[in-house]
Design a protein. Sequence first.
Length: 206
Amino acid sequence: MTQPSHHDQLCAFAEYQLGTLSTRDICASTVHLILATAFFTGAAIGLAKALKAPKKTYLASLRTLLQDRFGLSADNAVGLIESNARLYKRYVLIEQIYSAGLQAAQHWTSQSDAPKTALTDLLQRYRDLSMSGLNVEGVKQPKPAPAPVESITNADIQPAPTPPPPRWGRRLAWLLFFSLLGLLVAGLLFPEAIPTSIKGQLLGAF
């Protein structure tokens, strides 16, 4: 016996869950339509896991279900699926509804006595919920962004100052000056210590 396709299984599951519900009433409430879409998104993924169906398959089945069963246009069905994906990342409630749909579909495929009021119970529980109340079960915390790493550019690296070259010429001149000054002072104070030859040269110089 050929196994039913993913589309056929999702449609059969939807009929099972929507037996006591009015899709017109669901569509009259934006929040209920969002919750129903989250529920059947989870169901579509749960059925796809059992069939090993790819993402494009269960998205196509879900889009067709929203068009045929809820009367949405193709563009509106795609927009609702994409919108729910964003809401799933933000609100805990949408994740819980998604998980409920996945579990209900898996239970339905494995047991004939699976409860058929899973979606009904959820819509009843949140019958007075508004769009501003989607955070009723909490809001997911965004992952902290990694700390920015400051880039090091060539302009940030300052070369170490080069010490000025030693001024040996000036130091040598001062050394000679003080040496000659010392000799002159010593000659004035102790003339007898100056050799005769040097004394004659000094007298000749002056």
